[in-house]
Design a protein around this ligand. Sequence first.
Ligand SMILES: [Zn+2]
Length: 152
Amino acid sequence: MRFVADAHLGGLAHLLRMMGFDTLYDNHFEDSEIERIAAHEGRIVLTRDRELLKRRGITHGCYVRAIKSTPQVREIFSRLDLARSARPFSLCLDCNVPLQRVAREAVAERVPPAVLERHDRFVTCDRCRRVFWEGSHWRCMRALVDELVGAG
Ligand SMILES: [Zn+2]
């Protein structure tokens, strides 16, 4: 299941990426662009704008009721039954591309020495070239991830 989020749903887009769902988002997306992407790539449109969902090219849309991103991702998970297909921490949150596992030696020059010492599982994004490790950016999101996966 792949998504395109409208310009107001950046927080939700990031949380869906965190859970491993391919979600396009750009805060400059025009309605016509979202319609084109949805039709062309078979993506589900996520929006809080009912008018957008009336466009002819949008066959699969989901009106998001919640206002804030955490309740929004809970809502989408439960309505679309996403828990079983979630793959947490498999996509770059900024680039929406799959993260690749990399060997510890390969990242030796790109992470702080203390991190290198304490961790042995690293992933990298081929687009932005950043390196991630467990416990870095995602620690604070762990509780939400566990809740979302467990909810199914
Ligand atoms: Zn990236």
